[in-house]
Design a protein around this ligand. Structure first.
Ligand code: SAM
Length: 305
């Protein structure tokens, strides 16, 4: 950036900061503060202000939040709030809020409570009739959706799939006909397995978007038919490194009309036939694949044959 553009940029931030300074940050409230998912530039001025005004910060990992606060030059008492102690921490927070303090809630990265702890704390604060203020910012899911180019008004946030492959497949089969874009989070040691199961479950032409290391130096956004995704992941070991959001294009509405017809046929057949007989007969009636109908039949009836 040339020096004059740089000076203008800094002047703009200073002017904006002065504006935020005038805004009200009520006391006696819990501030749910989004933090960056990798790029410090994604911290908001409101987040900076809320974190510097609060009397304590509830966080998932005191070491990680300590590092974030050190970079922001903010020093506050930290309350460790993880999956197993949310109720007790909620009580401490409520006590502070009732005394008129401001308390912030953050997670390791992104928006608290989105595949992260904190919802029980928020619930307890609401139940106690106290105020909650969102300090919105980045979430990996929304960042990936915004650059996916997948058309559609709805998305369905699945988050992390179960660790066991069989259960992962069951969850994927339960959402495969959704008319919403599907959103998953995945860790590097499981990305190849998850993509392999996705390639098995979804129609080969369904688009997948793999958002890797969003907002970081090695950010990558790759879109391809799901059938080609395993090959792309295997083609370079770097493709399996880092943090991932995976999106699957929504099912086609036309397919879903066919599906509704198939479900009606299956439901009738299942009154008299086993799952495999119903799938075979429904395949002859509708022209759809027998294994697809078999999977569908399993979702309509308690598992039998
Ligand atoms: N609360 C966070 C949010 O708002 O996005 C999500 C927390 S969840 C424990 C962490 C997962 O989010 C990672 O395993 C990955 O799937 C996804 N994620 C977080 N940061 C990411 C990034 N920079 N790029 C891609 N995915 C990311």
């Amino acid at each position: 950036m040339d020096p004059s553009a740089n000076a203008t940029f800094i002047a703009r931030i200073t002017a904006l900061a002065a504006e935020i300074e005038q805004q009200s940050f009520p006391d006696g409230a819990l501030y749910v503060v989004a933090t960056p998912i990798g790029n410090m530039g994604d911290i908001s001025l409101r987040a900076l202000k809320a974190l510097s005004l609060c009397s304590a910060i509830a966080c998932e990992d005191t070491r990680k939040t300590g590092q974030l606060l050190a970079r922001l030059d903010i020093d506050k008492p930290l309350l460790s709030a993880h999956q197993h102690n949310e109720r007790e921490v909620a009580e401490k927070i409520i006590h502070r809020l009732k005394a008129g303090e401001r308390v912030a809630l953050v997670s390791d990265a992104g928006t608290p409570t989105i595949s992260d702890p904190g919802a029980r704390i928020v619930d307890a604060v609401i139940t106690a009739g106290l105020r909650i203020i969102p300090i919105a910012g980045i979430s990996a899911a929304v960042a990936a959706l915004s650059v996916s180019g997948l058309i559609g008004d709805q998305f369905y946030f699945v988050g992390f799939l179960p660790a066991r492959e069989k259960q992962r497949e069951t969850v994927l089969r339960s959402v495969q006909y959704s008319l919403a874009t599907l959103v998953f989070y995945e860790a590097p040691h499981r990305i190849a397995d998850t993509i392999a199961v996705m390639a098995r479950v979804f129609e080969p032409s369904r688009q997948v978007v793999i958002g890797r290391e969003l907002s970081k130096v090695f950010e990558q956004i790759h879109r391809c038919p799901v059938s080609e995704a395993p090959q792309w992941l295997a083609s370079d070991s770097n493709h399996q490194r880092g943090e991932f959001v995976v999106l699957i294009e929504a099912a086609n509405a036309g397919d879903n009309d066919r599906l509704d017809d198939a479900i009606r046929v299956l439901d009738i057949l299942l009154e008299a036939c086993s799952v495999s007989q119903a799938a075979a007969l429904a395949s002859r009636i509708t022209g759809m694949k027998k294994n697809q109908l078999y999977d569908l039949a399993l979702t309509r009836t308690p598992r039998s044959s």
